[in-house]
Design a protein around this ligand. Structure first.
Ligand code: SF4
Length: 405
């Protein structure tokens, strides 16, 4: 169906300078004063989101994904929170924006869809009225016009029989339908950026796939960028253009999705991938725990869980991001990807590296370095040879029969 706002939305989307990212986050730090000390939930995170693309923030629970996303429009309560760094949205610095300006941006230019639709909907107000109220936040229209627009939005979110469903209360709808209602509300301001925080985690697999398809269709139709937060690498493979891997509040690795799956460069990424079904780690989780957010380890925060850690990993400051990979071989059998396809998550990948099996060439400099693919590990920094001089740091992409490449 056509949006009543299609023209104005298209005009606004095309005003974005394509040379500049839609969202640029630089050295974001979000911390909280607690009785146990200062929790550095996000500690120097930088990444960009371009117009129209999908960037996934991925990592275990507690890695800082949600706090990063909620810091963008200051949904984080401050105090006790404190946000520093620079957040530029279409060139505007949101870190210094007034509360009134942030209220304007929320929903209109940057919309959020959260994990649990039950918590986000008011149980005693019909869903149509809730979407209509969101419409009236963004537009000076009558109740009647807002209801009509709400029904249009529900239709756009593929809610069946939207005129009738608009009069339903949240408890009368399934989890998937409630999430569609929230997607409809998020579209009310014709956002340029949709922040989707684990929007399918509470749903069963079939409904999850439907919601992911819906978001992809809407993104194409509206030209939105999506910042997608998830712990599920299967979802990442399905939706992402680029991936930012977070661990303990820091970026461990950032890469185009096919490059990350074909040739992960950081031990933490490899550990996450090994947890995918059929990829070697039957428990589905990485051994060990996240470090204390009030007292993280010196040096690399993954060191206590990293099978490749050497002494230098625990003595220096956290490693910087370095280029890690050649352009991925798109014709590679088994573990490779083909341009335009989602990465194949069914292939055993990175089971061998964590078991210290076969080796690969670690050279990361010279022609053909994929500078869009970076990882924060001394393994990729200038001191890597010295740090790993006396040990074979080895990993590979395992073929299904167990052979290396
Ligand atoms: S810096 Fe050291 S501990 Fe951290 S991921 Fe790299 S090898 Fe492992």
């Amino acid at each position: 169906m056509q949006s009543t706002h299609g023209d104005s939305m298209s005009r606004r989307h095309t005003t974005t300078d394509q040379a500049e990212p839609l969202l640029r986050i630089t050295d974001l730090r979000t911390q909280f004063d607690t009785d146990d000390g200062v929790v550095r939930a996000v500690d120097g995170v930088s990444f960009e989101v371009n117009a129209g693309e999908t960037v996934c923030l991925v990592g275990e629970s507690g890695s800082g994904k949600t706090v990063t996303a909620e810091s963008i429009t200051r949904l984080v309560e401050c105090p006790p929170g404190e946000i520093t760094g620079r957040i530029e949205f279409r060139g505007e610095n949101l870190t210094t924006a007034s509360a009134a300006r942030l209220r304007e941006i929320r929903g209109a230019e940057i919309a959020h869809v959260f994990q649990n639709p039950q918590d986000a909907l008011n149980p005693v107000i019909s869903v149509g009225k809730q979407v209509a109220e969101t419409v009236r936040i963004h537009e000076d229209v009558s109740e009647r016009a807002a209801r009509k627009r709400a029904i249009d939005l529900l239709d756009r979110a593929e809610v069946p029989d939207p005129a009738t469903t608009a009069d339903a209360y949240p408890h009368e709808l399934s989890g998937g339908m409630k999430q569609r209602v929230l997607v409809a509300a998020a579209l009310a301001g014709d956002p340029d950026l949709l922040v989707a925080d684990e929007p399918t985690t509470a749903l069963d697999v079939t409904i999850q796939a439907q919601i992911l398809d819906l978001l992809a269709d809407l993104q194409r139709e509206m030209g939105m960028a999506v910042l997608f937060i998830t712990h599920d690498l299967g979802v990442v493979a399905r939706v992402a253009d680029r991936v930012v891997v977070l661990y303990a509040g820091k970026v461990m690795e950032s890469a185009p999705v096919d490059s990350l799956f074909a040739d992960p460069g950081h031990p933490y990424t490899r550990a996450l991938l090994a947890c995918l079904p059929g990829r070697g780690r039957e428990s589905g989780s990485i051994p060990g725990d996240l470090p204390s957010p009030t007292d993280p380890p010196t040096g690399c925060r993954f060191a206590p869980r990293c099978p490749f850690a050497v002494e230098a990993c625990t003595t220096d400051s956290h490693p910087s991001l370095y280029p890690v990979a050649q352009e991925p071989d798109t014709d590679r059998d088994g573990a490779g990807t083909t341009a335009g396809d989602s990465p194949d998550v069914s292939t055993p990948l990175s089971a061998a590296p964590l078991d210290g099996a076969a080796s690969r060439d670690l050279e990361t400099t010279g022609d053909g370095v994929n500078t869009a693919h970076v990882a924060a590990c001394i393994f990729h920094g200038p001191d890597r040879d010295a740090a790993h001089l006396d040990r074979e740091v080895s990993w590979t992409v395992a073929e299904p029969d167990g052979g290396g490449r």
